[in-house]
Design a binder for this molecule. Structure first.
Ligand SMILES: Nc1nc2c(ncn2[C@@H]2O[C@H](COP(=O)(O)OP(=O)(O)OP(=O)(O)O)[C@@H](O)[C@H]2O)c(=O)[nH]1
Ligand SMILES: [Mg+2]
Length: 343
């Protein structure tokens, strides 16, 4: 799962990437490298489980971020940049909300211009394929699906707003259509506005598109990342912030991907495991190890909140908070699972 940090040049992508990953990739114009970094998703539940179980090891869920340089165009995207964005599973668009010295700050126009570029690219891909399909009349169902996509794009609307069937999604997956990718927005702002409310016209634009919008100040976040946990809290309090924006950002990115975490705990390790929402117990078991899925017998499940309250498995059982589930049970966010298996 690769989440692309994308947007026009100089919007603050690399600065955000560095703050999130603790890396030191060069900022400023002209870099053409895609930077990659795995990030742990902070999770208070894992910390609490570790308190209860005192394990040797503690493991958070992880996500991979890719910092995709904006290219050369001020509000346009070149083919190389488009190709790189196409490889991503989900997108985070960084909108410049700080003055870069030119005096003009236009996050809303960056949002619409970027969207228009992606719409145009998807149109070209679909039109090209449609041209062929119409010539040889080979696949009327698929032709109809593509025509439906084209209609949406002609109305300047992204494909993610269409609710496709599983089957249609599969048929379209080979195109890696840009406007079908999950997207969230990040406004990068000057330090002086770190705790100010978001500009209302941008909030409306994001809402109209059903997109998550958060703001952060790249330079502040980069500084926070270098501090000890105690100093972080004091630094944040001085700015009027409750937690680093990066923590909020990661939670939002996780939600965008429709990922949830189930938890495991024991003397060896307490761990959060990311899975797609709606995954069944046997799928979750397979994330830990394919053998556990293959020999699946049952899942023993305790809700995090219950273990947090009753502290031991025995006490949870006594309170009726210990459940035995089969392979088709849909795992919920925060389920503490123990899989029984036999291979
Ligand atoms: N005030 C302020 N300046 C920032 C912020 N984020 C980045 N900058 C500055 O803006 C300049 C460009 O930032 P980068 O992070 O390199 O921009 P980029 O989006 O990676 O640019 P490309 O890689 O060329 O696409 C740098 O000088 C940063 O210090 C921010 O949130 N607030
Ligand atoms: Mg950059």
């Amino acid at each position: 799962m690769k989440i692309g940090i994308v947007g026009f040049p100089g919007s603050g992508k690399t600065t955000l990437f560095n703050a999130l990953t603790g890396q030191n990739a060069p900022t400023g114009f002209g870099s053409s490298r895609v930077n990659l970094g795995a990030i742990k998703i902070p999770d208070r539940r894992v910390d609490r489980l570790a308190q209860i179980a005192d394990p040797r090891k503690l493991t958070y869920a992880e996500a991979t971020f890719a910092d995709v340089p904006g290219g050369r165009g001020k509000e346009s995207l070149d083919p190389q940049t488009i190709g790189r964005i196409r490889e991503m599973d989900a997108l985070v668009q960084v909108l410049r909300g700080f003055d870069d010295g030119t005096g003009d700050v236009g996050p809303l126009s960056e949002l619409t211009a970027f969207e228009a570029e992606l719409v145009l690219s998807d149109m070209q891909v679909i039109e090209k394929r449609l041209e062929k399909l119409r010539k040889d009349h080979s696949n009327p169902g698929f032709t109809k699906l593509l025509e439906r996509c084209l209609e949406q794009l002609n109305a300047e609307r992204p494909l993610r707003d269409i609710s496709f069937s599983e089957e249609d999604l599969k048929a379209l997956s080979g195109f890696a259509l840009l406007t079908a990718k999950p997207l969230m927005l990040v406004l990068s702002r000057p330090e002086s506005e770190a705790a100010s409310p978001l500009p209302s016209e941008l909030v409306s634009a994001a809402r109209a598109r059903h997109l998550e919008l958060i703001s952060l100040c790249g330079s502040v976040e980069a500084e926070i990342a270098t501090l000890s946990p105690q100093d972080q809290l004091e630094f944040l309090a001085a700015l009027g912030l409750e937690e680093p924006a990066s923590a909020r950002f990661l939670r939002a990115a996780f939600a965008m991907l429709d990922l949830i975490s189930f938890l495991t705990h024991g003397p060896d390790e307490c761990r959060a495991w990311p899975i797609r929402r709606g995954s069944t117990a046997v799928v979750a078991a397979g994330v830990i190890h394919s053998d556990i899925a293959r020999g699946f017998i049952r899942a023993e499940v305790i809700k995090f909140d219950d273990l947090d309250r009753f502290l031991t498995e025995a006490a949870c059982k006594e309170a009726g908070k210990f459940r035995v589930e089969g392979r088709d049970y849909v795992v919920q966010d925060g389920d503490i699972c123990h899989f029984r298996f036999n291979v």
